[in-house]
Design a protein around this ligand. Structure first.
Ligand SMILES: [Zn+2]
Ligand SMILES: [Zn+2]
Ligand SMILES: [Zn+2]
Length: 923
């Protein structure tokens, strides 16, 4: 008889090597063939609903590591909610309109374009990349309704955007106004706050004389007849032709400074600084007055024949300049507010391409940035320049072409932040939302509190036209929500292309009449800001169909979305429904390289998700996402990936070991009743129960790194190096049907059942593979992803038992260390060749006396515990020597009873007993 054949060695077809890059695509095909996502929806019908609403990525280019992380975190949320028993549908979406695609299609030319052709090409472009990204997202193992995503360019979506605008109009939340907006003179369009990026820019810095033409004699009689000027400072000389006022601060002191035969008016606190900057050799402060006393001062424009009005504003500071702010209401937000307050014209003499209109003397037709040196020179020639220099400062640039932008007043459509108390109500709603991490609340609150009105019009082609008409007779816009709804119904059938394809008469309801009585109209040609498109998604998608409900439970996006999608979604929801579209908002960090740098082509440090998947499989990428605190910036490198591969290997091997030892175990036939489970097996189940609880808590708080580390430690520490290590002897050498072995298998089976479910959201492919091996033909569900987290394991919760064994694990480590040392010193080879003598303090000795079969727990052949009163209560000292007796050829234990059985020579009494029972079974 070959004794090896009498051992119950593990058997499984679950491979040691995963070969994920090959396995995953096959698994994806199988899931698709089996309609797994639909089956999950079906299985969860009637359960509590949980909605993660997808923020739409922009449909251009391939996915990158950041988008991969984003989708994987979302998938972890959706999968874990599904396993927790929720009905958690996931409908992915794409943002399809907007400038980047339009520019790809038309370049920068704007003249003579066939609008419908451009829109068709934009649509095809977006469709192509939507398809590419969809395949790439699916490859990550992300479950969702990929066949029916939402696209902001679909008929229905475009119609709904129009309807939401109609709703704003119905509620009086929209207005058209002349207002300075960020304007890119290269792209020739207004830019939203979110489309502007700040970067260093070198500007001119000029000190300009504004002649004082009246009021001086009564304010400062001793200066009557002097040549006097207000000194103002600006970094944008090109805005001087639009100067209409000079702003002072009421509460600052201003000094009349005599220098070189003239008098300059400057903030008193800045006299010294200005004198230095302007190299004023000799100067004398003649008189100081409070700002508000200057109200009667009459000042002229530096060269144009008009007044520059003396006004007061609180945004005037003493940080820089002269304490007097050159004010051009058409070219700045604060100047605009001052202009409104003082009834100044919102004057903008600059056209779309950034050139002065012809009426501007000396500079008509000149581009504003080119005009800067010309105007500076012109001021010098006229004796209006006191000093010039350069300044490098943070300045807004276009997100698209990266050129510096200007502020320019144009007629634009706005959602008014003060209309219907939108700002206040949005701030109220923010307080009701849970923000993770918590700083998100402050960030978005500050942005909402300080933002200007939302400029929603863009002078572009690829988007949804603002469905408003202008009366040909009185030129007033026809602001009628019913008309908008009528147009939206047409969009529903024909897409928003209908706006360009149809005549005005074909777009308007029959008989539409302007309040002035006229019946002839023109149509608006501005389109809606794309942030309005994506911000409408909650309304379009969470529409009560397909189990989707409004509001969403979670929005989860990157850190730039507090001013982007979180922000626009909030304003649209509050503006049209009066409430936030989400209950909680989670924000993930940026993805960085190992040194913490952003990934960029120029740095050559880009790690593409496709490459990671090709080399490692999507599971490793998922494991990376699960292993980090994704709310912070996430680093990745080849070294990090290699550590994750090692971690994966350990998880896989532990799973394989569980499966291998269950090859002859049928749970319904072979399970041992709970009351007969061996204590160590009860301990393992109790550990599993508490790990399951901790992991589920991690899932419910979206702390996936806690889940990962909990499961990993359980597999590697509790199972691999402790429980399974001890169990080997019993599993292999005990009778196949013995209670000892069946008890161990019962525990292993329940652990595997629990573990595979807990692993499923993190490692969907591997968990599915384990599932198939674990249940073979008797699976409780066709896929692990149709199952729920185990509730059965909860009954094995046993805190007392865990407490009893906690100490034991520590002691075992001390013993293992001593064994390892004597292995190193060649006293023993295998630990079963060892005899272990433990001298223990009083409490340690009585503790150890409470355990049966200590030699099996320590994997040694002999153990002897002696109480030693000279030691501290809990102290133990271990000495290792060679075991006496003879080695059993079957179980390798050294015993004195090897060879007692004549029927089974060479084996110990324990093995002989097993073998005789085994024979009976066989017969
Ligand atoms: Zn631009
Ligand atoms: Zn009219
Ligand atoms: Zn034996």
């Amino acid at each position: 008889m070959d004794l090896k054949d009498t051992l119950n060695l593990p058997k499984t077809d679950f491979q040691m090597k995963a070969n994920l890059p090959t396995l995953e695509p096959k698994m994806l095909e199988r899931w698709e063939r089996d309609f797994l996502y639909s089956k999950i929806r079906e299985a969860r019908k009637g359960q509590p609903v949980f909605i993660l609403h997808d923020g739409p990525p922009y449909a251009n280019g391939h996915i990158h590591l950041g988008t991969a992380l984003n989708k994987i975190v979302k998938d972890l949320i959706v999968k874990s909610k599904t396993m927790a028993g929720f009905d958690a549908p996931y409908v992915p979406g794409w943002d399809c309109h907007g400038l980047p695609i339009e520019i790809k299609v038309v370049g920068k030319k704007k003249a003579n374009l066939d609008v419908l052709k451009v829109r068709q090409e934009c649509r095809e472009y977006a469709n192509k990349f939507m398809g590419i990204q969809r395949d790439e997202f699916r490859r990550l193992g992300v479950f969702g309704d990929w066949e029916n995503p939402y696209l902001t360019m679909s008929n229905h979506y475009e119609a709904e955007i129009a309807r939401l605008l109609g709703e704003f109009i119905r509620r009086g939340g929209v207005y058209k106004g002349l207002k300075p907006v960020h304007w890119c003179i290269t792209c020739e369009t207004a830019l939203a706050e979110a489309e502007v990026e700040y970067g260093d820019h070198k500007s001119y810095s000029v000190y300009v004389r504004f002649p004082i033409a009246g009021g001086l004699d009564s304010l400062v009689p001793e200066l009557t007849g002097s040549s006097a000027f207000v000194l103002a400072w600006t970094t944008t000389p090109w805005t001087l032709p639009a100067n209409l006022a000079l702003a002072f601060h009421r509460d600052f002191n201003y000094a009349f400074v005599r220098t070189g035969g003239e008098v300059l008016l400057i903030a008193a606190d800045l006299v010294e600084q200005v004198a230095k900057e302007c190299s004023l050799a000799e100067y004398e402060v003649v008189r100081t007055l409070r700002g508000e006393e200057l109200a009667g001062l009459k000042v002229r424009h530096p060269w144009i024949d008009r007044e520059s009005k003396t006004v007061f504003a609180t945004h005037v500071t003493l940080d820089q300049g002269t304490g007097v702010v050159h004010t051009a209401p058409g070219h700045g937000q604060e100047d605009y507010m001052t202009g409104l307050e003082y009834g100044l014209e919102i004057y903008n003499p600059v056209d779309n391409s950034g050139r002065f209109v012809p009426e501007i003397e000396h500079f008509g037709g000149m581009q504003v940035f080119e005009a800067n040196p010309r105007i500076t020179e012109f001021l010098r020639e006229r004796g209006r320049l006191v000093a010039q220099g350069e300044i490098v400062h943070s300045y807004p640039h276009c997100w698209r072409c990266h050129n510096p932008v200007i502020f320019r007043a144009t007629p634009q459509w706005f959602i008014g932040m003060e209309l219907n108390d939108l700002r206040e109500r949005a701030l109220d709603e923010i307080r009701k939302v849970t923000w993770k991490p918590g700083w998100g609340e402050d960030r978005i609150s500050n942005m909402i509190a300080n933002r200007p009105d939302w400029c929603i019009s863009r002078q572009r082609l690829w988007g949804v036209p603002i469905p408003v008409f202008y009366c040909k007779s009185c030129r007033n816009p026809l602001m009628d929500a019913k008309v908008v709804d009528h147009v939206a119904d047409i969009f529903e059938l024909e897409t928003a292309d209908a706006w360009y394809r149809r005549s005005v008469a074909e777009l308007l309801p029959a008989g539409t009449t302007c309040p002035c009585g006229a019946k002839e109209f023109d149509k608006e040609f501005d389109i809606v800001d794309v942030w309005f498109d994506s911000g409408s998604s909650h309304h379009v998608v969470l529409n009560g169909q397909g189990g989707l409900q409004w509001p969403a439970d979670v929005y989860m996006e990157g850190p730039d979305q507090h001013r982007g999608w979180f922000h626009s979604s909030l304003l649209i929801a509050v503006g049209t429904r009066g409430a936030a579209p989400y209950r909680s908002v989670i924000c993930h960090g940026w993805t960085l390289d190992a040194q913490g740098r952003a990934m960029s082509k120029s740095l050559g440090n880009v790690i593409a998700p496709g490459d990671v998947i090709k080399d490692n499989g999507a599971e490793i990428l998922r494991l990376w996402v699960a292993s980090i605190d994704y709310t912070e910036d996430a680093r990745i490198s080849e070294e990090i990936l290699s550590r994750l591969r090692e971690a994966y290997r350990k998880l896989r091997n532990t799973s394989r070991y569980l499966l291998g030892n269950l090859f002859d175990f049928d749970p319904s036939r072979d399970s041992v009743p709970d009351s007969q489970l061996l204590e160590l097996d009860r301990w393992a189940l109790a550990r599993m129960a508490s790990v399951s609880q901790k992991a589920q808590e991690g899932y419910s708080r979206y702390d996936f790194h806690i889940v990962y580390h909990t499961l990993y430690n359980f597999c590697v520490v509790d199972l691999s190096s402790f429980y399974l290590d001890i169990l080997k002897d019993r599993l292999y050498t005990a009778g196949p049907n013995s209670v000892a072995r069946r008890s161990a298998q019962t525990a292993l089976f329940r652990i595997a059942e629990t573990l595979v479910r807990l692993m499923a959201p993190l490692l969907p492919f591997t968990a599915e593979e384990i599932w198939s091996s674990l249940y073979r033909e008797k699976a409780p569900a066709a896929s692990v992803h149709l199952s729920e987290f185990s509730k059965e394991i909860e009954r094995h919760q046993d805190l007392e038992l865990l407490a009893r064994w906690e100490r034991f694990e520590d002691i075992r480590q001390v013993v293992s260390k001593a064994l390892e040392e004597s292995r190193q010193g060649k006293t023993i080879g295998n630990s079963l060749e060892a005899r272990t003598d433990i001298r223990a303090g009083r409490r340690a000795a009585s503790y150890l006396a409470g355990f049966e079969g200590l030699r099996y727990l320590f994997l040694v052949s002999e153990i002897n515990v002696v109480e030693d009163a000279t030691l501290a209560e809990d102290e133990i000292q271990v000495s290792v020597s060679r075991a006496s007796g003879t080695k059993c050829e079957r179980c390798w234990h050294y015993t004195s009873d090897v060879g007692v059985s004549s029927q089974f020579p060479g084996v110990c009494a324990r093995c002989a007993q097993t073998l005789s029972e085994r024979d009976e079974v066989t017969i």
